[in-house]
Design a protein around this ligand. Structure first.
Ligand code: PLP
Length: 402
């Protein structure tokens, strides 16, 4: 019986055994900054990497390693290294491989912080950035064919959950000799495996679904040993290391990753269908709806459609100000991926850095609301949203506007 365990089993068991002590069943939080060696030769061998072990907390830590090993197993990768935040994972990965004169191709709809790297910081060190319209595969192929060091993708995207074909883009990237990097935060390793679709590196803001409880920040990147070692080396010097307390919270959260994601996706679909029927709603964006522009790609490359959706509300911010406060089972907050359902308008969450004009140019209306569906009972979430729309109806704003 040597059948490979499935994701739910891996999320519970993998990465832990090596770190357990005193017959404990749970991973210890090892806070030691440094490690003591009586044997000078052993110390030296560990320090130069000849023997496994730990030397100093900025480099490695047993609790942190358990977290890295769990994620790497779920992503089907040889190796993983972790970071203090998701943005540290992204910036350290990019800065490991990019030098002045290099070119990077990506899409316009990446996470706000990632977009800032592309528009503000990478140009500063002389890296040329080409940002293509998200979902326009031909445009990405054209840009990649002109030559680039990295093709950077995120799918589904924030906040309008656009989908990019990873397999097709990985082929284009490799034909041009580029490294293909995918931010898999929204999909999670339960729903999408970029490495098996041809990507070289997959990364996460572990702050979101991996941790799942909105109580710890972290980031992680997975891929081949050769690539991850280079990123690890940059990170150990750069210093954006994951704290062991945070690593423990992320590890504990990850044990229920599959249960959470399955429940969240079930509710997300029910909410998407409810939103489609609302006269207050112009558009619903969820990759699980057949009306989604790239439903066929999502169906092909994802095992589930995830917990993230968004919709545009008629009446802009005036309506948002009535609908969101009326919700009972929702945080109105900037994060996502938590056990609690979280609502937020794009203008104060994913695209807070942009002006109203910029958001409009990106196809993000003022009334766009992002939902990160939590693990509450589906019926309660649906009923809650229904009663909030009822409040909106009573406001007669719609009739006033017509
Ligand atoms: C939140 C997020 C990040 C950044 O992660 P932090 O942990 O906040 O630094 C990157 N990518 C995506 C898709 C995110 O949602």
């Amino acid at each position: 019986m040597s059948q490979k365990p499935k994701a739910g089993t891996q999320a519970v068991w993998s990465g832990e055994k090596e770190v357990l002590v005193h017959h404990a069943t749970q991973v210890p939080v090892i806070v030691s900054v440094a490690y003591n060696y009586d044997d000078m030769d052993e110390w030296y061998d560990v320090a130069i990497g000849k023997k496994p072990g730990h030397i100093y907390g900025r480099n490695t830590n047993p609790t942190v390693q358990a977290f890295e090993d769990k994620v790497k197993t779920l992503e089907g990768a040889d190796d993983a290294t972790s970071f203090s935040t998701g943005m540290a994972a992204i910036s350290n990965t990019l800065y490991t491989f990019l030098t002045p004169g290099d070119r990077i191709v990506s899409i316009k709809d990446t996470y706000g912080g990632t977009n800032k790297l592309f528009t503000e910081f990478l140009p500063k060190i002389g890296v040329e950035v080409a940002l293509c319209t998200t979902g326009d595969h031909e445009a990405i192929e054209e840009e990649v064919a002109k030559g680039c060091k990295i093709l950077y993708l995120e799918t589904p995207t924030n906040p309008t959950v656009k989908i990019t074909d990873i397999e097709r883009m990985a082929k284009a990237g490799h034909a041009a000799g580029a490294l293909v990097v995918v931010d898999n935060t929204f999909a999670t390793p339960i729903n999408q495996h970029p490495l098996s679709l041809g990507a070289d590196l997959v990364l996460h803001s572990a702050t979101k679904f991996l941790g799942g409880h909105a109580d710890a920040l972290g980031g992680v990147v997975c891929g081949s040993r050769e690539l991850v070692e280079q990123i690890y080396h940059y990170r150990e010097i750069n210093g954006a290391s994951l704290d062991p307390w945070a690593a423990y919270l992320l590890l504990r959260g990850m044990k229920t990753l599959k249960l959470r994601v399955l429940q969240q996706a079930k509710s997300a679909m029910a909410i998407a269908k409810l939103l489609q029927k609302q006269e207050w709603v112009d558009d619903v964006f969820y990759p699980g709806l057949e009306s989604h522009t790239n439903y066929d790609i999502a169906e092909k490359q994802m095992d589930g459609f995830g917990a993230m959706l968004s919709f545009s509300l008629k009446g802009g911010m005036d309506s948002v100000k009535i609908l969101l406060p009326a919700l009972k089972y929702a945080n109105r907050a900037a994060n996502l991926g938590a056990v609690e359902t979280t609502y937020g308008p794009a203008r104060t969450t994913s695209h807070v850095e942009c002006t109203a004009k910029e958001r409009k140019a990106m196809g993000i209306p003022d009334g766009l609301i992002r939902i990160s569906v939590g693990i509450e009972d589906t019926e309660d979430l649906v009923a809650d949203l229904e009663q909030a729309f009822e409040k909106l109806n009573q406001s007669q704003l719609l009739t006033l506007q017509e």
